[in-house]
Design a protein around this ligand. Structure first.
Ligand SMILES: *Cc1c(COP(=O)(O)O)cnc(C)c1O
Length: 444
């Protein structure tokens, strides 16, 4: 593969963009390929190389790069009518109504412009609503570039994970390991009266993927209820992907008080949203006192893209298609891993997938057929990742330095580190899946 154009573009980029990129994860070493355009389930780079794309913009693209005609038409019409106004439009109401109709926890929604803005606003809302300052998050979790969740450490012994954040921010953030029921119970016994919310992804999608163990989300629901804290699900990745239109909360049957959205809900355009029960969401200004505002919030182009995306998904076999192909992919990967790297773990559900380079002795016998479900009967159970730290302990360097480049050379574009999820899209086909499995066989 020739990468001369990408190399020279990166050379220019390094002079005017920090690290040559606008989002740190894109700075693949030695330099990233620059995308020229998308084509269905593929992307084509600046040197004309073609890759099967499983990054899918890190989650927003459900259909791949060719939008259904209804989505494209709505976007173009909105853009041509003048992109935005600073006054309300009908399409915002329609998208909010759609969310309220399909997502169990949602009665009312505030739209914002990114997942980060959604989690920032949700934390402020939880604090304002409860009159408490502390939040509980999962170790190794990612909720965007926000001050309250960029922390490291465990329990109450936390510190900011980035320079530029006053240490006092971390004083209000408690971390617990995902899937550890005793840890969260203990934290509530000690600090329950001060905890505004537990904020978690229902499946860790930015650090794994890590599936919840049986009963874990229910425990979070019970303990937050008991102490009058809010349960906030960050469904920025899982929303309108896992569990289809009802989201992961519908699939798992656990209804949070507040849900944050992003990615798919904007149909490929910048978006975030905070949804929940009316009495909580109404605490946002102007109906309530918790300040929240935004020039671009509810942007008509984004709202139209999101609405038509979800309408299309409701009408067509989108979720059956992506979930079916991803299941086929995970099942194939499970066989390959058993053959070639039995210590590794295939993870994911619905249209999400990843192979985690777990270390240690493989268990004997049966494993979950198409991605780890934290099945206690599985012989692999003791070493399948249950927390963010378990994923950190994987062979992450091997994944990033050897495996990712090898897959790229096979023409398969994966997320460039061990931690971020990968996605099957509506444009992918069975032969794409077969090609991908062959590439894994070669690269593993
Ligand atoms: C992507 C993501 C965010 C941040 O969203 P941005 O739009 O990148 O700001 C927050 N939470 C989760 C779970 C995410 O996957």
């Amino acid at each position: 593969m020739n990468h001369d154009q990408s190399r020279s573009l990166y050379d220019r980029a390094l002079s005017v963009l920090p690290g040559g990129v606008n989002s740190s994860v894109r700075a693949v070493r030695p330099y990233p390929f620059f995308v020229e355009r998308g084509d269905g389930g593929h992307v084509i780079d600046a040197d004309g190389n073609r890759y099967l794309d499983f990054v899918m913009g890190y989650g927003p693209l459900l259909f791949g790069h060719d939008l259904p005609e209804s989505v494209e038409a709505a976007v173009q019409q909105r853009a041509s009518e003048g992109p935005m106004y600073g006054a309300p439009t009908e399409v915002e109401v329609e998208l909010a109504e759609f969310l309220a109709r399909h997502v169990p926890s949602v009665e009312m929604v505030r739209f914002v412009n990114s997942g980060t803005e959604a989690t920032v606003s949700a934390v402020r809302l939880a604090r304002g609503y409860t009159g408490r300052d502390k939040i509980v998050i999962m170790e190794g979790s990612y909720h965007g570039a926000q001050e309250s969740t960029l922390v490291e450490g465990s329990g109450t012994d936390t510190a900011p994970s980035s320079p530029g954040i006053p240490a006092s921010f971390a004083d209000h953030t408690i971390t617990v390991p995902f899937n550890d029921e005793a840890a969260v119970q203990e934290v509530f016994e000690a600090h329950g009266e001060d905890i505004a919310a537990v904020l978690t992804e229902p499946i860790l999608g930015n650090h794994g993927i890590v599936h919840p163990v049986e009963g874990y989300l229910e425990t979070l629901r019970e303990v937050t209820d008991e102490y009058g804290s809010l349960l906030v699900f960050d469904e920025v990745i899982t929303g309108f992907r896992v569990g289809g239109l009802q989201c992961a909360q519908g699939k798992f049957g656990v209804t949070p008080d507040v849900t944050t959205f992003g990615k798919i809900v904007g149909g490929g355009f910048p978006v975030g949203a905070i949804g929940g029960r009316t009495e909580i969401i109404e605490e946002f200004t102007p109906s309530g006192d918790v300040f929240q505002s935004g020039t671009f919030s509810g942007h008509p182009v984004t709202m139209a893209a999101g609405l038509e995306t979800l309408r299309y998904a409701a009408k067509e076999d989108v979720y059956d298609h992506v979930n079916g192909l991803a299941e086929q992919l995970r099942a194939g990967l499970t066989d390959i891993v058993e053959d070639q790297a039995p210590e590794y773990t295939v993870v994911g559900t619905d249209s999400m997938f990843k192979v985690i380079f777990t270390r240690g002795r493989p268990g004997e016998g049966e494993r979950c057929e198409a991605g780890c479900r934290q099945n206690e009967g599985c012989s692999h159970f003791d070493q399948c990742p249950k927390t963010g730290a378990d994923v950190d302990d994987a062979d992450t360097e091997r994944w990033e330095r050897l495996f990712w480049p090898a897959m790229k050379d096979e023409g398969i574009f994966l997320t460039p580190n061990q931690f971020e999820s990968q996605f099957v899209c509506y444009a992918h086909t069975e032969s794409d899946i077969e090609e991908t499995l062959e590439a894994y066989k070669t690269a593993l």
